[in-house]
Design a protein around this ligand. Sequence first.
Ligand code: TEU
Length: 579
Amino acid sequence: MNTPTTRTRDGADTEWWREAVIYQIYPRSFADSDGDGIGDLPGIIARLDHLVALGVDALWLSPFYPSPQADAGYDVADYRDVEPIFGRLADADRLITEAHDRGLRVVVDLVPNHTSSAHAWFVEALAAAPGSPARDRYVFRDGRGPDGAEPPNSWRSVFGGPAWTRTDNPDGTPGQWYLHLFDAGQPDLNWDNPQVRDEFVDILRFWLDRGVDGFRVDVAHGLVKQADLADWHYPEETTSGDHVEQPRPPMWDQDGVHEIYRQWRAVLDAYPGEQILVAEAWVQPAERLAAYVRPDEMHQAFNFEYLEAAWSAEAQRTVIERSLAAASAVGAPTTWVLSNHDVLRHATRLALPVGTPRPNGIGTDDPQPDTALGLRRARAATLLMLALPGSAYLYQGEELGLPEHTTLPDEVRQDPTWRRTGHTQRGRDGCRVPIPWEADSPSYGFGPTDASWLPQPPVWAEYALDRQVDVPGSTYEMYRTALRLRHELGLGGGELRWMESPDDVLAFRIGSGAGAEADSGAGSDSDSDSGAREVIVVTNLSAGPVALPPGTELVHASGPLTATGQVPTDVTAWARQRR
Ligand code: TEU
């Protein structure tokens, strides 16, 4: 196995990212310091101790850069500053310092596939003539048809509608079209243009110089397009890049992207410390995704195949095995993720009938998921995930067991998907609702006033952090204990070994170093006596309760065991060999 090496500030090879638990902060919705109803960087700083208490290793911040917010900040107008609604550049600096002071690493979001239409380059491109260098930084083309009135090709936006918008010439006549795989306010950059490449190297350095520990790379599979921009015939009903069909669509996962990441890796490696690149790439199968994390490219890639896996023992086992094999073939750590700002929260998703496709948002007139079932499965899924080797990503609010907001009034929806699909797909607002911190405060403690950019449902009081701290069995305390044990026992660096188990039950041993050798009686460290550093994980996806393996005792569980000490349906238990 080919293991890349990295250096820390003090010269040690810690490779923190191989087993890190990284917490995603969506700045609009985390904590609001000034009462305008939108979260901000000072708000995050004031809540950093929550992350320390929870026990994560790092945080990843979704974009906080100047932006018209056509796609909640994923439309960046200036990559080297802070959007005034989120604060100032000095706040970003302070956030990095304060996080570091608490032992937390900071990963920022880099959006290289597209800029905002308000970016100076795009404004310049619109004012420039067809064929000009300013236009060459983007993907401008003449339209098809007699008057160029048809889009240049058949591509569709991930958010619905055509992936092209026609421009007006300075004299008011219709002009060329520009490509946008997302919203019209997010024109795609032309990555064949050397200026674009130089600019992003410079942006990387700008944030590295400010002390960030890494970059989550947005739409990492989209930067390079097939040169001929060939038409693509979409299978029925497929407008998103989430599911890659065969043959590969001409706008996703082109081989040319890898050269870009090799260049970026060299930029990062020239800095002291261990900064990482994380690919947000909706690429399947796992082997194809693994190409993004070869030793000279990125460090990690989000494992969306895992996120999408059905809640069945077979699907879970298969995706775990495939993920581990694909990542280890290139010497990279596996990552695990169940929720983020783009998908239904897993406490709601897992309540949907097993095997149904993941809907893009849920609204009042849709069937309403069973909240209790969803939470029960979400807790079981989380405890399974946090025992797996590799790095795990958490999304703000999942540690409270937050469900999706499934009854948002349609008129408050802000995801461009809702508008661009002609009100057929509700989109992602339901997972972006501001976090409840205190049950009895205005906006549940999100900010000093009642203001909240998306309305919080009354049920948020039940989920508020202050209702869960020190409450045995609360979702928050379940996460906290799991993260503490995972850290103490080194589970993230452990080796997974499947055990015999009844049908529809997952069972495996996970242990680090000495503990993993416990079966053979090896292990000589003081705390490595037989099995002490090994956990036996049982996730019961069958219809009835199952016994823990003989000779084991319970360490942690996602829900109460039965009166006779069995693991009920939709519960994960962590046990250890009885001594
Ligand atoms: O998402 C990329 C992407 O293709 C999907 O996550 C997509 O947004 C989703 O499937 C729609 O259902 C990234 C960001 O995570 C997302 O928030 C941005 O909107 C998008 O890029 C554009 O920057």
